[in-house]
Design a protein around this ligand. Sequence first.
Ligand SMILES: Nc1ncnc2c1ncn2[C@@H]1O[C@H](COP(=O)(O)OP(=O)(O)OP(=O)(O)O)[C@@H](O)[C@H]1O
Ligand SMILES: [Mg+2]
Length: 281
Amino acid sequence: MQAEPYKFEARNVSRVFRQGKKQVVAVNDVSFTIKDREIVSLVGQSGCGKTVLAKMLLRLETPTSGELLFNGRPIDAERDPREHWRQVQAVFQDPFSAFNQFFTIRSQLKSAFHLFKQKPSPREIEERVDQALLAVNIQPKDIEGKYPFELSGGQMQRMLLARIFILRPQVLIADEPTSMVDACSRANILDYLMKLKEELKMTIVFVTHDIGLAYYVSDKIFIMHQGKIVEQGPPDQVTQTPQSEHTRQLLDDIPDIHRDWIQRGPPKSAIETSGTIAETA
Ligand SMILES: Nc1ncnc2c1ncn2[C@@H]1O[C@H](COP(=O)(O)OP(=O)(O)OP(=O)(O)O)[C@@H](O)[C@H]1O
Ligand SMILES: [Mg+2]
């Protein structure tokens, strides 16, 4: 029997940026595999190449060398990148940057259907938008006619997730911004990710500075340093018996609350997964 192909497979992938005479090796000869429905965290300090790697998985950046496969085929096998974006979607923790401030929320959720090959009927689109809103605990009437700036950050985060519920991608890439996110919204993100994994059976690539958070959400952790993956493995192995000094450094840097999680597990509220996504904003 033919084994199922990896969701992603990278063979000696690099991404070099040239700026005049200078060159920046943002991602340096990385090789890895990501299985279907696996949750993988990319962890490393600022500037180590996490976002560039994530963008290559999204087909927003192209490797300058090496091979990157998606479902066993070269990631650029399809000429039209939209084919890829139907299957691989991103969420960012700053939800406002993902929405246009000048259009209503509802019209933007509806526009997610532009990515579909076969657009459902207008009536079905309305219905599916309502379903997606209810899935993230928003009453459709509460956002009727509203613009992004009229919603709270937490509500906007849930709008991003509603969009994911509409698109139902195979892969979700969640990139944390560099700015500090407070502990409360971190716990929300965690809830969301667990929920999405359970309900949509997705593969998730989670980008973070915080190895404590990665420990809790992941099946596998990749530690990055200066463009290289310096260590990879299951969370227990990477956190209990780190092989790389860079991993030890990241372990020293984690916030105390997440250090506790590694020892005792996360607080119960963070793993509550019954019903739909909890009201957390
Ligand atoms: N378009 C670009 N042109 C030139 N250099 C770039 C470009 N994009 C990224 N870089 C460089 O590549 C390196 C890796 O950047 P990247 O954004 O992947 O870091 P990161 O790990 O995501 O950092 P952070 O945690 O701060 O988000 C950095 O040195 C960055 O300056
Ligand atoms: Mg980044």
